[in-house]
Design a protein around this ligand. Structure first.
Ligand code: BTN
Length: 254
């Protein structure tokens, strides 16, 4: 991928495109430390040799088939306690892109930010923030979006190609994602958090549906009721008790 022509104000104006690298998030952190990045910079690669996922997992993607990239933001208008707004912005952006291809497709965000179509994961997001004096000084937003992958998809994963039965131009998909991120980022910058919260809740996977969860005390049936502004999920259990969880404290089992 060479120069991209995103219809944006600042995201995607600086693009570093590499055939291969360890992890676009890690490379972005290194270049940011050397002050080599402008806000909105993108690092994209065809092949990550040490792609990172949530919870210390690896993110593996066959070379050239999917999108693996990172976006550099400086959201210092957000307090550290507002970090979850970035999860909302990016989740909504990828979901919008999927919906643009076919509006009837049901695409959801599984808290905190797994992107789900047909009960399978189509993309994941890894956001790494640095905080300065209580605000988010820099944010590295890593996105793995399964686009043309056909082969060796896990039983729990899918891709745009699998869903729509056709191939997509990676560059076009990237442009759409980047344009949406800027759109939602500007909504956050104008402080319309209420809108972001409402849109995120509308797309929340298994909201108001009974499902099976596990926390540190064991397994239970519960119903997701809401996600707080700070990103804490509230699951109502069978005794009508509202259990609240931060990242990694609860797992969906079914
Ligand atoms: C997840 O586990 O769901 C998050 C996956 C995030 C993967 C992306 S790919 C581009 C960026 N660079 C990384 O090393 N990880 C993220």
């Amino acid at each position: 991928m060479h120069k991209i022509f995103a219809n944006t104000l600042f995201i995607g104006k600086q693009v570093i495109s590499l055939p291969s690298c360890h992890s676009t998030n890690d490379l972005m952190a290194q270049l940011s430390a050397k002050k080599q990045l402008h806000e909105g910079a993108i690092i994209i690669t065809e092949h990550q040799t040490k792609g990172k996922g949530q919870r210390g997992n690896q993110w593996n993607s066959p070379p050239g088939e999917n999108l693996t990239f990172s976006v550099f933001l400086k959201p210092n208008f957000l307090l550290a306690s507002q970090q979850f707004e970035l999860n909302r912005i990016v989740s909504l952006s990828v979901l919008d892109v999927i919906k643009e291809f076919e509006s009837s497709v049901k695409a959801y965000v599984k808290w905190p930010n797994d992107l789900i179509v047909n009960k399978k994961k189509i993309g994941g997001i890894l956001i790494e923030n640095s905080i300065h004096k209580g605000n988010i000084a820099e944010s590295i937003i890593g996105i793995g979006f399964n686009v043309n992958q056909d082969s060796e998809l896990l039983a729990t994963a899918t891709s745009l190609k699998n869903v729509f039965d056709k191939k997509f131009e990676l560059e076009k998909v990237l442009l759409s994602v980047v344009e949406k991120i800027e759109h939602y980022y500007l909504i956050a910058r104008s402080r319309d958090f209420k809108l972001l919260h409402q849109l995120y809740e509308e797309k929340l996977y298994l909201k108001d549906k009974v499902a099976f969860y596990e926390d540190s005390t064991g397994k239970f049936n519960g119903i997701i009721r809401k996600v707080s502004p700070e990103g804490v999920i509230e699951i109502e259990d069978e005794t009508e008790n509202f259990r609240k969880y931060q990242f990694k404290e609860v797992k969906l089992l079914s």
